[in-house]
Design a protein around this ligand. Structure first.
Ligand code: ZN
Length: 335
């Protein structure tokens, strides 16, 4: 089968590799239909900034197959898969959150290691299935981040994570949802999917933008950071009410400077998850995200801006990294 293999840091090639075979009763094999590029993690894995990973983010050696966002069809299934996922069967179309080795024609998954496989209903397409990864991840995120009815919410960053969180906050009854980003293409989609205001942060001093948001909408009850950038943290903590919560949902490797005194004196909660749902709840949360997409409560189609064939993976990775002003989510067409 064909797969996108990282041979060494910075070198990705599409080549023939052995098709995976079932080796235990808890495994299944998925024929991948569509996959999606995850901006920071896939770039960092490609460039060797992150160490190689396989299966469910287990440490691996070079060469390894890139990709952890995909959808496809179950073509083989071990006899004990149904002990963990009672309803899965051969022929089901599925999406998943965070299983690696997805830029390939077939992927083998051990269902004991991943709780976020979900079947796709007929009205959710393969390409939506590929980008459901972040919609699922952000649904899981809301098991510890709290947005209450009538809250004012600032979402820093309008990439796929921000664009899901804006919609979740609206669905949970937030009175106002404001967002920021550096790129107008993302801000445009943010407005389309329901943000009340979307500011281009590159046009403002970070604290000035925080004060402007307060002036226009009042102090924010909750800030959710999907940007992972120092300037965004300054804007967010400035706009936040005293005693408000600042939740981190960005996955960047580089250091981020934080206005320490402001965080120490003003913010009630500043940080990442305080708890992680158990596998049973994770399975249900992923299915909830799929249901919201199916029912039209979560628009993830609007993020999909480009398609590339698997053979052009290097071009796709480069484009995705270098042209955020043009693309939001890049989908790889595999079958
Ligand atoms: Zn991802």
């Amino acid at each position: 089968m064909k797969a996108a293999v990282i041979e060494k840091p910075g070198v990705v090639v599409v080549k023939e590799v052995p098709k995976p075979k079932l080796e235990n009763d808890y495994e299944l094999i998925v024929k991948v239909h569509k996959a999606a590029i995850c901006r920071h993690p896939d770039y960092e894995l490609w460039q060797g900034i992150r160490p190689p990973a396989k299966d469910c983010w287990e440490p691996a050696d070079y060469p390894f197959i890139l990709g952890h966002e995909f959808s496809g069809e179950i073509v083989e299934m071990g006899s004990k898969v149904n002990e963990i996922y009672p309803d899965l069967k051969v022929g089901d179309r599925i999406c998943e959150w965070s299983w690696c080795n997805g830029f390939a024609e077939y992927v083998k998954i051990d269902v004991r290691k991943i709780a976020t496989i979900a079947p796709l209903p007929d009205n959710v397409s393969d390409e939506e299935g590929a980008v459901l990864e972040l919609a699922g991840g952000s649904t899981i995120f809301f098991t510890w981040a709290t947005v209450r009815p009538l809250d004012k919410v600032l979402v820093l960053g309008s990439g796929p994570a921000g664009l899901s969180i804006i919609q979740h906050a609206k669905n949970f009854g937030a009175e106002v949802v404001v967002t920021t980003d550096l790129y107008d293409n993302r801000l445009k989609v943010a407005r389309k999917i329901g943000a009340d205001a979307a500011y281009n942060a590159s046009e403002y001093d970070p604290d000035e933008l925080g004060r402007l948001i307060k002036k226009e909408f009042g102090e924010m009850d909750v800030v959710i950071d999907t940007a992972g950038a120092s300037k965004a943290v300054f804007t967010g903590t400035e706009a936040l009410k005293p005693g408000g919560s600042f939740y981190i949902f960005a996955h960047v490797s580089e250091s981020v400077a934080v206005p320490y005194f402001r965080v120490a004196t003003k913010v009630r909660h500043f940080g990442p998850p305080m708890q992680w749902p158990d596998p049973d709840r994770l399975r249900k949360l992923m299915r909830l995200a799929v249901r919201w997409v199916s029912e039209g409560k979560l628009d993830i189609k609007s993020w999909i801006t480009h398609h590339f064939p698997l053979d052009d993976i290097e071009k796709a990775l480069k484009f995705n990294w270098e042209r955020p002003q043009e693309c939001i989510k890049v989908v790889i067409d595999i079958a």
